[in-house]
Design a protein around this ligand. Sequence first.
Ligand SMILES: Nc1ncnc2c1ncn2[C@@H]1O[C@H](COP(=O)(O)OP(=O)(O)OP(=O)(O)O)[C@@H](O)[C@H]1O
Ligand SMILES: [Mg+2]
Length: 476
Amino acid sequence: MNPPARKVLIVDDDPVSLKVLLHLLKSVDYQVERAMSGNDAWKVLKDFSPDLILLDILMPDIDGYELCRELKNNSMYRHIPVIFITSANKTDEIVKGFDAGAVDYITKPINKAEILARVGTHLELKHSRDQITDTNRDLLQEVENRRQAEEKFKALSETAFEAVLFLKDGLVIEANKAAYNLFGLQENKNEFHKIDTFVDLSGKKLLDKITKHADNGIWELEFYRNDKSRFYGLIQHQHFQYKNEMINVLAIRDITKQKEHEKDILNAILETQENERKRFSKDLHDGLGALLSTLKIYVGLLQKENKGYDEKQDLLAEMKSTIKQAIDSTRSIANNLMPSILTEYGFIRALKSFADAMNKTESVKIEFSYPERLQRLDNNTETHIYRIVLELINNTLKHAGAGNIFIKVYSKDNHLFIDYKDDGKGFDFQDAYTKRGGGQGLKNIFSRINFLNGKGTYFMKDDFLHFHMEIPVRKV
Ligand SMILES: Nc1ncnc2c1ncn2[C@@H]1O[C@H](COP(=O)(O)OP(=O)(O)OP(=O)(O)O)[C@@H](O)[C@H]1O
Ligand SMILES: [Mg+2]
Protein backbone atom coordinates (compact mmCIF):
# COMPACT_ATOMS: atom_id res chain seq x y z
CA MET A 1 0.00 0.00 0.00
CA ASN A 2 1.30 3.45 -0.93
CA PRO A 3 1.69 5.96 1.87
CA PRO A 4 -0.99 8.65 1.72
CA ALA A 5 -0.09 11.56 -0.57
CA ARG A 6 1.47 14.59 1.12
CA LYS A 7 -0.86 17.55 1.15
CA VAL A 8 0.18 21.08 0.22
CA LEU A 9 -1.83 24.29 0.33
CA ILE A 10 -0.75 27.13 -1.98
CA VAL A 11 -1.92 30.63 -1.01
CA ASP A 12 -1.19 33.15 -3.79
CA ASP A 13 -3.24 35.94 -5.35
CA ASP A 14 -1.29 35.77 -8.61
CA PRO A 15 -3.17 33.30 -10.86
CA VAL A 16 -0.11 32.66 -13.03
CA SER A 17 2.30 31.66 -10.30
CA LEU A 18 -0.55 29.75 -8.61
CA LYS A 19 -1.04 27.71 -11.76
CA VAL A 20 2.67 27.02 -12.18
CA LEU A 21 3.07 25.90 -8.60
CA LEU A 22 -0.05 23.76 -8.82
CA HIS A 23 1.21 21.90 -11.87
CA LEU A 24 4.66 21.51 -10.48
CA LEU A 25 3.54 19.99 -7.19
CA LYS A 26 0.88 17.80 -8.76
CA SER A 27 3.51 16.47 -11.14
CA VAL A 28 5.24 14.82 -8.14
CA ASP A 29 1.97 13.42 -6.83
CA TYR A 30 1.32 15.82 -4.00
CA GLN A 31 -2.28 16.46 -3.16
CA VAL A 32 -2.66 20.19 -3.69
CA GLU A 33 -5.33 22.77 -2.80
CA ARG A 34 -5.13 26.47 -3.55
CA ALA A 35 -6.39 29.71 -2.10
CA MET A 36 -6.31 33.16 -3.70
CA SER A 37 -6.35 35.16 -0.46
CA GLY A 38 -5.98 34.90 3.28
CA ASN A 39 -9.75 34.61 3.81
CA ASP A 40 -9.91 32.02 1.10
CA ALA A 41 -7.15 30.10 2.85
CA TRP A 42 -9.15 29.88 6.10
CA LYS A 43 -12.09 28.46 4.17
CA VAL A 44 -9.96 25.78 2.54
CA LEU A 45 -8.41 24.89 5.89
CA LYS A 46 -11.83 23.89 7.19
CA ASP A 47 -11.86 20.70 5.11
CA PHE A 48 -8.25 20.28 4.10
CA SER A 49 -5.44 19.79 6.55
CA PRO A 50 -2.18 20.34 4.68
CA ASP A 51 1.26 19.05 5.64
CA LEU A 52 2.78 22.26 4.27
CA ILE A 53 1.66 25.74 3.24
CA LEU A 54 3.25 27.78 0.47
CA LEU A 55 2.39 31.38 1.27
CA ASP A 56 2.74 34.46 -0.90
CA ILE A 57 3.73 37.57 0.99
CA LEU A 58 1.96 40.21 -0.96
CA MET A 59 -1.79 39.69 -1.01
CA PRO A 60 -4.63 42.18 -0.98
CA ASP A 61 -6.74 41.55 2.15
CA ILE A 62 -4.63 39.79 4.77
CA ASP A 63 -0.94 39.80 3.82
CA GLY A 64 1.25 36.72 4.13
CA TYR A 65 2.94 37.77 7.38
CA GLU A 66 -0.33 38.29 9.14
CA LEU A 67 -1.82 35.03 7.95
CA CYS A 68 1.33 33.25 9.02
CA ARG A 69 1.19 34.78 12.49
CA GLU A 70 -2.47 33.87 12.83
CA LEU A 71 -1.72 30.30 11.84
CA LYS A 72 1.10 30.11 14.38
CA ASN A 73 -1.17 31.46 17.09
CA ASN A 74 -3.77 28.83 16.38
CA SER A 75 -3.17 25.52 18.12
CA MET A 76 -4.91 23.62 15.30
CA TYR A 77 -2.51 24.85 12.62
CA ARG A 78 0.60 25.79 14.55
CA HIS A 79 2.39 22.57 13.57
CA ILE A 80 1.99 23.10 9.79
CA PRO A 81 5.26 24.41 8.30
CA VAL A 82 4.91 27.56 6.20
CA ILE A 83 7.24 28.43 3.31
CA PHE A 84 7.18 32.03 2.05
CA ILE A 85 7.18 33.06 -1.54
CA THR A 86 9.11 36.33 -1.81
CA SER A 87 10.63 38.47 -4.51
CA ALA A 88 14.29 37.72 -4.96
CA ASN A 89 16.87 39.12 -2.56
CA LYS A 90 14.54 41.17 -0.41
CA THR A 91 16.36 40.55 2.86
CA ASP A 92 13.92 42.52 4.98
CA GLU A 93 10.99 40.47 3.62
CA ILE A 94 12.84 37.25 4.37
CA VAL A 95 13.65 38.30 7.95
CA LYS A 96 10.07 39.42 8.53
CA GLY A 97 8.84 36.09 7.18
CA PHE A 98 11.01 34.14 9.61
CA ASP A 99 9.82 36.42 12.40
CA ALA A 100 6.23 35.61 11.52
CA GLY A 101 7.01 31.93 11.98
CA ALA A 102 7.96 30.61 8.54
CA VAL A 103 10.43 27.77 8.23
CA ASP A 104 11.83 28.70 4.82
CA TYR A 105 11.32 30.84 1.73
CA ILE A 106 11.41 30.50 -2.01
CA THR A 107 11.92 33.30 -4.45
CA LYS A 108 10.10 34.46 -7.53
CA PRO A 109 10.56 33.96 -10.38
CA ILE A 110 10.00 30.34 -9.69
CA ASN A 111 12.84 27.88 -9.94
CA LYS A 112 11.27 24.41 -10.20
CA ALA A 113 14.18 22.38 -8.88
CA GLU A 114 14.64 24.68 -5.89
CA ILE A 115 10.95 24.56 -5.00
CA LEU A 116 10.72 20.79 -5.22
CA ALA A 117 13.87 20.43 -3.11
CA ARG A 118 12.67 22.81 -0.37
CA VAL A 119 9.10 21.54 -0.29
CA GLY A 120 10.36 17.95 -0.24
CA THR A 121 12.78 18.65 2.60
CA HIS A 122 10.21 20.35 4.78
CA LEU A 123 7.59 17.71 4.12
CA GLU A 124 10.11 15.08 5.22
CA LEU A 125 10.98 17.09 8.28
CA LYS A 126 7.33 17.49 9.11
CA HIS A 127 6.74 13.80 8.62
CA SER A 128 9.60 12.88 10.96
CA ARG A 129 8.41 15.40 13.50
CA ASP A 130 4.88 13.97 13.35
CA GLN A 131 6.24 10.50 13.88
CA ILE A 132 8.26 11.62 16.88
CA THR A 133 5.21 13.39 18.26
CA ASP A 134 3.10 10.27 17.77
CA THR A 135 5.68 8.09 19.44
CA ASN A 136 5.97 10.57 22.27
CA ARG A 137 2.26 10.66 22.69
CA ASP A 138 2.13 6.86 22.78
CA LEU A 139 4.91 6.78 25.32
CA LEU A 140 3.24 9.37 27.48
CA GLN A 141 -0.01 7.45 27.24
CA GLU A 142 1.80 4.28 28.20
CA VAL A 143 3.41 5.99 31.18
CA GLU A 144 0.04 7.40 32.17
CA ASN A 145 -1.62 3.99 31.82
CA ARG A 146 1.02 2.45 34.02
CA ARG A 147 0.75 5.19 36.57
CA GLN A 148 -3.01 4.73 36.70
CA ALA A 149 -2.70 0.96 36.94
CA GLU A 150 -0.17 1.33 39.72
CA GLU A 151 -2.39 3.77 41.56
CA LYS A 152 -5.42 1.54 41.17
CA PHE A 153 -3.45 -1.41 42.37
CA LYS A 154 -2.08 0.53 45.33
CA ALA A 155 -5.54 1.73 46.29
CA LEU A 156 -6.81 -1.82 45.99
CA SER A 157 -4.09 -3.31 48.13
CA GLU A 158 -4.35 -0.49 50.68
CA THR A 159 -8.09 -0.92 51.10
CA ALA A 160 -7.91 -4.71 51.09
CA PHE A 161 -8.81 -6.31 54.41
CA GLU A 162 -6.24 -8.94 53.68
CA ALA A 163 -2.57 -8.44 54.24
CA VAL A 164 -0.77 -8.23 50.91
CA LEU A 165 2.99 -8.72 50.60
CA PHE A 166 5.18 -8.45 47.54
CA LEU A 167 8.26 -10.61 47.68
CA LYS A 168 11.39 -10.82 45.61
CA ASP A 169 13.90 -13.53 46.48
CA GLY A 170 12.24 -13.95 49.86
CA LEU A 171 12.55 -10.24 50.68
CA VAL A 172 9.48 -8.11 51.22
CA ILE A 173 9.63 -5.26 48.71
CA GLU A 174 6.15 -3.90 49.31
CA ALA A 175 3.41 -4.41 51.89
CA ASN A 176 0.01 -2.86 52.50
CA LYS A 177 -1.36 -1.36 55.70
CA ALA A 178 -3.25 -4.51 56.61
CA ALA A 179 0.02 -6.45 56.45
CA TYR A 180 1.75 -4.11 58.89
CA ASN A 181 -1.25 -4.32 61.20
CA LEU A 182 -1.48 -8.08 61.02
CA PHE A 183 2.16 -8.57 61.88
CA GLY A 184 2.15 -5.85 64.54
CA LEU A 185 4.71 -3.73 62.69
CA GLN A 186 5.05 0.00 62.15
CA GLU A 187 4.58 1.07 58.59
CA ASN A 188 6.80 4.13 58.70
CA LYS A 189 9.77 2.15 59.96
CA ASN A 190 9.58 -0.22 57.02
CA GLU A 191 10.12 -3.11 59.39
CA PHE A 192 9.38 -5.90 56.95
CA HIS A 193 12.51 -7.41 55.62
CA LYS A 194 12.76 -11.15 55.35
CA ILE A 195 9.39 -12.84 55.46
CA ASP A 196 10.93 -15.97 56.97
CA THR A 197 11.63 -14.17 60.24
CA PHE A 198 7.88 -14.40 60.78
CA VAL A 199 7.55 -18.18 60.45
CA ASP A 200 9.18 -21.22 62.01
CA LEU A 201 11.44 -23.65 60.17
CA SER A 202 8.69 -25.69 58.57
CA GLY A 203 6.89 -22.49 57.60
CA LYS A 204 10.08 -21.23 56.01
CA LYS A 205 10.38 -24.42 53.99
CA LEU A 206 6.80 -24.15 52.81
CA LEU A 207 7.21 -20.50 51.81
CA ASP A 208 10.46 -21.33 49.98
CA LYS A 209 8.73 -24.08 48.08
CA ILE A 210 5.75 -21.93 47.17
CA THR A 211 7.72 -18.90 46.08
CA LYS A 212 10.58 -20.62 44.29
CA HIS A 213 8.38 -23.01 42.35
CA ALA A 214 5.77 -20.39 41.61
CA ASP A 215 3.06 -22.60 43.07
CA ASN A 216 -0.11 -20.58 42.78
CA GLY A 217 -2.67 -21.74 45.30
CA ILE A 218 -3.88 -21.58 48.90
CA TRP A 219 -2.17 -22.78 52.07
CA GLU A 220 -2.55 -22.55 55.82
CA LEU A 221 0.42 -21.54 57.89
CA GLU A 222 1.22 -20.41 61.41
CA PHE A 223 2.92 -16.99 61.63
CA TYR A 224 4.65 -15.06 64.39
CA ARG A 225 3.94 -11.42 64.97
CA ASN A 226 6.63 -8.97 65.90
CA ASP A 227 5.90 -9.56 69.61
CA LYS A 228 6.22 -13.34 69.05
CA SER A 229 2.48 -13.97 69.49
CA ARG A 230 1.12 -16.36 66.89
CA PHE A 231 -1.71 -16.43 64.41
CA TYR A 232 -2.99 -18.77 61.74
CA GLY A 233 -2.89 -17.39 58.24
CA LEU A 234 -4.63 -18.54 55.09
CA ILE A 235 -2.16 -17.69 52.33
CA GLN A 236 -3.02 -17.19 48.72
CA HIS A 237 -0.04 -17.03 46.40
CA GLN A 238 0.25 -15.58 42.90
CA HIS A 239 3.43 -14.86 41.02
CA PHE A 240 4.22 -12.70 38.03
CA GLN A 241 7.21 -11.73 35.96
CA TYR A 242 8.38 -8.16 36.18
CA LYS A 243 11.42 -7.11 34.14
CA ASN A 244 12.61 -10.73 33.95
CA GLU A 245 12.31 -11.19 37.68
CA MET A 246 9.79 -13.26 39.57
CA ILE A 247 7.64 -11.33 42.02
CA ASN A 248 5.57 -13.27 44.56
CA VAL A 249 2.35 -11.82 45.87
CA LEU A 250 1.08 -13.26 49.13
CA ALA A 251 -2.37 -12.39 50.43
CA ILE A 252 -2.68 -13.49 54.05
CA ARG A 253 -5.92 -13.72 56.01
CA ASP A 254 -5.98 -14.22 59.75
CA ILE A 255 -8.03 -17.37 60.39
CA THR A 256 -7.08 -17.90 64.04
CA LYS A 257 -10.67 -17.40 65.19
CA GLN A 258 -12.05 -19.91 62.69
CA LYS A 259 -9.40 -22.41 63.76
CA GLU A 260 -10.35 -22.00 67.41
CA HIS A 261 -14.00 -22.34 66.52
CA GLU A 262 -13.31 -25.57 64.63
CA LYS A 263 -11.36 -26.83 67.62
CA ASP A 264 -14.23 -25.93 69.96
CA ILE A 265 -16.70 -27.82 67.83
CA LEU A 266 -14.41 -30.83 67.63
CA ASN A 267 -13.94 -30.74 71.40
CA ALA A 268 -17.69 -30.50 71.86
CA ILE A 269 -18.22 -33.53 69.68
CA LEU A 270 -15.51 -35.51 71.43
CA GLU A 271 -16.77 -34.53 74.88
CA THR A 272 -20.35 -35.42 74.00
CA GLN A 273 -19.22 -38.78 72.70
CA GLU A 274 -17.25 -39.29 75.89
CA ASN A 275 -20.31 -38.42 78.01
CA GLU A 276 -22.45 -40.77 75.95
CA ARG A 277 -19.90 -43.54 76.49
CA LYS A 278 -19.90 -42.88 80.24
CA ARG A 279 -23.68 -42.98 80.41
CA PHE A 280 -23.72 -46.11 78.29
CA SER A 281 -21.16 -47.84 80.50
CA LYS A 282 -23.05 -46.79 83.64
CA ASP A 283 -26.31 -48.17 82.23
CA LEU A 284 -24.56 -51.41 81.32
CA HIS A 285 -22.85 -51.67 84.67
CA ASP A 286 -25.71 -50.72 86.97
CA GLY A 287 -28.55 -52.15 84.91
CA LEU A 288 -27.54 -55.08 82.81
CA GLY A 289 -24.43 -55.90 84.86
CA ALA A 290 -26.36 -56.14 88.12
CA LEU A 291 -29.05 -58.31 86.53
CA LEU A 292 -26.51 -60.69 85.03
CA SER A 293 -24.74 -61.00 88.41
CA THR A 294 -28.08 -61.90 90.01
CA LEU A 295 -28.65 -64.50 87.31
CA LYS A 296 -25.24 -65.98 88.01
CA ILE A 297 -26.15 -66.40 91.67
CA TYR A 298 -29.43 -68.14 90.74
CA VAL A 299 -27.58 -70.54 88.46
CA GLY A 300 -25.15 -71.31 91.29
CA LEU A 301 -28.09 -72.06 93.61
CA LEU A 302 -29.72 -74.29 91.02
CA GLN A 303 -26.57 -76.30 90.69
CA LYS A 304 -26.69 -77.21 94.35
CA GLU A 305 -28.19 -80.70 94.56
CA ASN A 306 -30.03 -80.31 97.78
CA LYS A 307 -32.76 -78.21 96.21
CA GLY A 308 -36.23 -79.64 96.08
CA TYR A 309 -38.51 -79.45 93.04
CA ASP A 310 -40.59 -76.54 94.34
CA GLU A 311 -37.56 -74.58 95.35
CA LYS A 312 -36.10 -75.09 91.88
CA GLN A 313 -39.34 -73.95 90.27
CA ASP A 314 -39.24 -70.79 92.39
CA LEU A 315 -35.67 -70.14 91.38
CA LEU A 316 -36.48 -70.67 87.73
CA ALA A 317 -39.36 -68.24 87.99
CA GLU A 318 -37.04 -65.66 89.56
CA MET A 319 -34.53 -66.29 86.79
CA LYS A 320 -37.19 -65.84 84.16
CA SER A 321 -38.20 -62.52 85.64
CA THR A 322 -34.56 -61.38 85.90
CA ILE A 323 -33.96 -62.36 82.29
CA LYS A 324 -37.03 -60.37 81.32
CA GLN A 325 -35.67 -57.36 83.22
CA ALA A 326 -32.31 -57.82 81.49
CA ILE A 327 -34.05 -57.85 78.11
CA ASP A 328 -36.02 -54.71 79.05
CA SER A 329 -32.89 -53.04 80.27
CA THR A 330 -31.04 -53.92 77.04
CA ARG A 331 -33.94 -52.57 75.04
CA SER A 332 -33.99 -49.36 77.02
CA ILE A 333 -30.22 -48.86 76.68
CA ALA A 334 -30.46 -49.48 72.97
CA ASN A 335 -33.47 -47.21 72.77
CA ASN A 336 -31.57 -44.48 74.52
CA LEU A 337 -28.74 -44.79 72.06
CA MET A 338 -31.10 -44.78 69.12
CA PRO A 339 -34.82 -44.79 69.85
CA SER A 340 -36.38 -47.53 67.79
CA ILE A 341 -39.36 -45.33 67.01
CA LEU A 342 -36.95 -42.92 65.35
CA THR A 343 -35.48 -45.48 62.99
CA GLU A 344 -38.79 -47.14 62.32
CA TYR A 345 -41.22 -44.22 62.07
CA GLY A 346 -39.05 -41.15 61.68
CA PHE A 347 -38.24 -38.05 63.70
CA ILE A 348 -41.77 -36.63 63.65
CA ARG A 349 -43.24 -39.70 65.39
CA ALA A 350 -40.24 -39.88 67.73
CA LEU A 351 -40.61 -36.23 68.72
CA LYS A 352 -44.37 -36.61 69.02
CA SER A 353 -44.02 -39.51 71.42
CA PHE A 354 -41.39 -37.57 73.38
CA ALA A 355 -43.68 -34.55 73.55
CA ASP A 356 -46.63 -36.71 74.64
CA ALA A 357 -44.54 -38.23 77.42
CA MET A 358 -43.40 -34.77 78.54
CA ASN A 359 -46.94 -33.40 78.49
CA LYS A 360 -48.02 -36.24 80.83
CA THR A 361 -45.48 -35.09 83.42
CA GLU A 362 -47.14 -31.64 83.40
CA SER A 363 -43.76 -29.97 83.98
CA VAL A 364 -44.07 -28.17 80.69
CA LYS A 365 -46.58 -28.04 77.88
CA ILE A 366 -45.28 -28.83 74.42
CA GLU A 367 -47.39 -27.89 71.41
CA PHE A 368 -46.07 -29.76 68.43
CA SER A 369 -47.37 -29.11 64.93
CA TYR A 370 -46.21 -30.88 61.83
CA PRO A 371 -47.47 -31.61 58.33
CA GLU A 372 -49.79 -34.59 57.98
CA ARG A 373 -47.63 -36.04 55.31
CA LEU A 374 -43.92 -35.64 55.45
CA GLN A 375 -41.66 -37.83 53.37
CA ARG A 376 -39.10 -39.76 55.33
CA LEU A 377 -35.57 -38.36 55.14
CA ASP A 378 -32.41 -40.39 55.32
CA ASN A 379 -31.65 -41.92 58.73
CA ASN A 380 -28.68 -39.73 59.41
CA THR A 381 -30.55 -36.49 58.76
CA GLU A 382 -33.51 -37.61 60.85
CA THR A 383 -31.25 -38.51 63.77
CA HIS A 384 -29.56 -35.10 63.63
CA ILE A 385 -32.90 -33.28 63.57
CA TYR A 386 -34.22 -35.38 66.44
CA ARG A 387 -31.12 -34.69 68.56
CA ILE A 388 -31.25 -30.97 67.79
CA VAL A 389 -34.87 -30.65 68.90
CA LEU A 390 -34.22 -32.78 71.97
CA GLU A 391 -31.37 -30.48 72.99
CA LEU A 392 -33.61 -27.44 72.42
CA ILE A 393 -36.21 -28.97 74.72
CA ASN A 394 -33.58 -30.02 77.26
CA ASN A 395 -32.23 -26.48 77.36
CA THR A 396 -35.69 -25.03 77.86
CA LEU A 397 -36.30 -27.46 80.70
CA LYS A 398 -32.91 -26.84 82.28
CA HIS A 399 -32.44 -23.11 81.83
CA ALA A 400 -35.57 -21.28 80.73
CA GLY A 401 -38.10 -21.76 83.52
CA ALA A 402 -40.67 -21.87 80.74
CA GLY A 403 -44.25 -23.09 80.91
CA ASN A 404 -44.76 -23.60 77.19
CA ILE A 405 -42.85 -24.83 74.21
CA PHE A 406 -44.09 -24.50 70.64
CA ILE A 407 -42.55 -26.53 67.88
CA LYS A 408 -43.57 -26.23 64.27
CA VAL A 409 -42.16 -28.37 61.50
CA TYR A 410 -42.94 -27.57 57.88
CA SER A 411 -41.41 -28.02 54.48
CA LYS A 412 -41.26 -25.93 51.33
CA ASP A 413 -39.18 -25.95 48.15
CA ASN A 414 -37.04 -28.91 49.16
CA HIS A 415 -36.25 -27.33 52.50
CA LEU A 416 -37.29 -28.44 55.94
CA PHE A 417 -38.04 -25.68 58.47
CA ILE A 418 -38.34 -25.90 62.21
CA ASP A 419 -39.63 -22.99 64.32
CA TYR A 420 -39.07 -23.52 67.99
CA LYS A 421 -40.01 -21.13 70.78
CA ASP A 422 -40.35 -21.11 74.54
CA ASP A 423 -41.85 -18.53 76.91
CA GLY A 424 -38.96 -18.68 79.37
CA LYS A 425 -36.48 -16.05 80.42
CA GLY A 426 -34.46 -16.11 77.19
CA PHE A 427 -30.69 -15.68 76.90
CA ASP A 428 -27.95 -13.92 75.02
CA PHE A 429 -26.91 -16.40 72.38
CA GLN A 430 -23.54 -14.81 71.51
CA ASP A 431 -22.56 -14.75 75.17
CA ALA A 432 -23.63 -18.31 75.83
CA TYR A 433 -22.07 -19.66 72.66
CA THR A 434 -18.67 -18.07 73.04
CA LYS A 435 -18.45 -18.50 76.80
CA ARG A 436 -15.43 -20.60 77.70
CA GLY A 437 -16.25 -23.67 79.76
CA GLY A 438 -19.91 -23.35 78.75
CA GLY A 439 -22.04 -26.30 77.76
CA GLN A 440 -21.82 -28.49 74.67
CA GLY A 441 -25.49 -28.39 73.70
CA LEU A 442 -25.47 -25.25 71.52
CA LYS A 443 -22.21 -26.23 69.85
CA ASN A 444 -23.67 -29.63 69.03
CA ILE A 445 -26.81 -28.04 67.63
CA PHE A 446 -24.79 -25.87 65.28
CA SER A 447 -22.29 -28.50 64.28
CA ARG A 448 -25.22 -30.77 63.36
CA ILE A 449 -26.87 -27.97 61.36
CA ASN A 450 -23.57 -27.26 59.64
CA PHE A 451 -23.23 -30.90 58.85
CA LEU A 452 -26.66 -30.76 57.19
CA ASN A 453 -25.65 -27.61 55.25
CA GLY A 454 -28.41 -25.75 57.00
CA LYS A 455 -28.86 -22.50 58.91
CA GLY A 456 -29.99 -21.81 62.45
CA THR A 457 -30.65 -18.62 64.45
CA TYR A 458 -31.73 -17.70 67.93
CA PHE A 459 -33.67 -14.48 68.43
CA MET A 460 -36.11 -12.85 70.86
CA LYS A 461 -39.53 -11.78 69.62
CA ASP A 462 -42.81 -11.00 71.41
CA ASP A 463 -41.31 -12.14 74.73
CA PHE A 464 -40.53 -15.54 73.31
CA LEU A 465 -37.14 -17.08 72.76
CA HIS A 466 -37.17 -18.28 69.14
CA PHE A 467 -34.97 -20.69 67.30
CA HIS A 468 -35.41 -20.98 63.57
CA MET A 469 -33.65 -23.55 61.47
CA GLU A 470 -33.83 -24.69 57.89
CA ILE A 471 -32.05 -27.43 56.03
CA PRO A 472 -32.06 -28.53 52.43
CA VAL A 473 -33.50 -32.02 52.15
CA ARG A 474 -33.31 -34.85 49.72
CA LYS A 475 -36.22 -37.19 49.82
CA VAL A 476 -35.57 -40.92 50.13
N1 LIG B 1 -34.00 -21.99 75.95
C1 LIG B 1 -33.08 -21.38 76.73
N2 LIG B 1 -33.48 -20.46 77.65
C2 LIG B 1 -32.59 -19.82 78.43
N3 LIG B 1 -31.26 -20.03 78.37
C3 LIG B 1 -30.81 -20.93 77.47
C4 LIG B 1 -31.67 -21.64 76.60
N4 LIG B 1 -30.93 -22.43 75.82
C5 LIG B 1 -29.66 -22.23 76.19
N5 LIG B 1 -29.57 -21.34 77.19
C6 LIG B 1 -28.33 -20.80 77.80
O1 LIG B 1 -27.23 -21.16 76.97
C7 LIG B 1 -26.26 -21.84 77.71
C8 LIG B 1 -25.55 -22.83 76.83
O2 LIG B 1 -26.39 -23.90 76.46
P1 LIG B 1 -25.76 -25.30 76.12
O3 LIG B 1 -26.83 -26.20 75.68
O4 LIG B 1 -24.66 -25.05 75.15
O5 LIG B 1 -25.09 -25.76 77.47
P2 LIG B 1 -25.76 -26.41 78.77
O6 LIG B 1 -27.18 -26.74 78.45
O7 LIG B 1 -25.48 -25.50 79.88
O8 LIG B 1 -24.92 -27.75 78.93
P3 LIG B 1 -25.03 -29.12 78.07
O9 LIG B 1 -25.98 -28.84 76.93
O10 LIG B 1 -23.65 -29.34 77.60
O11 LIG B 1 -25.54 -30.13 78.98
C9 LIG B 1 -26.98 -22.43 78.86
O12 LIG B 1 -26.14 -22.62 79.96
C10 LIG B 1 -28.05 -21.39 79.15
O13 LIG B 1 -27.51 -20.37 79.93
MG1 LIG C 1 -27.80 -27.83 76.84
